[in-house]
Design a protein around this ligand. Structure first.
Ligand code: NDP
Ligand code: 8X3
Length: 251
């Protein structure tokens, strides 16, 4: 059996590109997400590359669904080598006093609690094998805060902290933990953040060449293919036209 990678949020953007690039170097892939039609289409695409694919449809916010999906993995899929904790989102850009509570719950439940639920199920499988690699997709928003970023930034600061904490907890089990902190990546991220307002989403990338999901996937492939004795702890990757959350060189 080839090595196995589980990628959360594989139906779009960074997760989809990562599933594709890991499949291209021979990993068998577990893809997850809520949208079943997207999962089925990706399953077919990846299988055409000659690897094995398992599609699991669940919401990372639902602890019971996460537990059932991972604890019922067929035996041959339990030896997960790589977990990419990618599922996540931003919703809204309101200042704190105008924040919509449901948006806050969605971000906290997905980006923090969802990541924890998955890791709580998968880490014991890796510990059993005394090897593995957990890649957490954080953000520049986990390194800085910016206007309207409040709760999203807080969730990504939490991911940054959890990456450091997991690295300590996993140390004696020979499990690597990598934190990846991208700047602007053009995916469905901004359409989700602006609740379907395509114009607002397009404005985020206006006048710059943003990163692509494939750029982040290339970085993840590089990270997980280092020799056993090397762990890349924390990678910040930005478009050349972006120095920080607020410093963007638009033409
Ligand atoms: P996309 O919106 O394109 O993809 C997000 C993915 O997360 C989708 O596959 C979606 O699947 C999944 N997802 C969201 N909520 C849930 C949920 N409750 N349960 C299961 N899956 C869920 O955005 P990106 O690819 O850009 O985002 C991926 C990660 O990268 C996120 O964590 C984001 O915060 C982070 N990031 C993004 C940046 C950017 O500029 N784009 C920059 C820095 C970090 P589905 O809807 O099918 O459930
Ligand atoms: C996504 C990047 O700058 O919108 O995490 O927070 S940003």
């Amino acid at each position: 059996m080839n090595k196995i990678a589980l990628i959360t949020g594989a139906t779009s953007g960074i997760g989809k590109a990562t599933a594709t690039k890991l499949a291209e170097i021979g990993y068998n892939i577990i893809i997850t997400g809520r949208r079943g039609d997207r999962l089925a289409a990706l399953e077919d695409e990846l299988k055409a590359k000659g690897i094995k694919v398992l599609a699991l449809q669940f919401d990372v916010r639902n602890q019971e669904e996460v537990h059932n999906a991972i604890s019922n993995l067929p035996t041959e899929w339990k030896n997960i080598d790589i977990l990419v904790n990618n599922a996540g989102l931003a919703v809204g850009t309101s200042p704190i006093q105008d924040g919509i509570l449901d948006d806050w719950e969605r971000m906290i439940d997905t980006n923090v609690k969802g990541l924890l639920y998955i890791t709580h199920e998968v880490a014991p499988l890796m510990i059993k094998n005394e090897k593995g690699h957990i890649v957490n997709i954080a953000s520049v928003a986990g390194k800085e805060v910016y206007p309207g970023g409040n709760v999203y930034c807080a969730t990504k600061h939490a991911v940054d902290a959890l990456s450091k904490a997991m690295r300590i907890d996993m140390l004696k089990h020979n499990i690597k933990v990598t934190n990846i902190a991208p700047g602007m990546v053009e995916t469905e991220f901004s359409v989700v953040r602006y609740k379907g307002d395509q114009q607002a989403a397009d404005n985020v990338y206006k006048g710059v060449t943003p990163l692509t999901g494939e750029d982040i996937a290339d970085t993840i492939v590089f990270t997980v293919t280092r020799p056993a004795h090397i762990c890349l702890n924390d990678i910040q990757i930005m478009p050349t036209a972006q120095a920080s959350s607020r410093d963007v060189n638009r033409k």
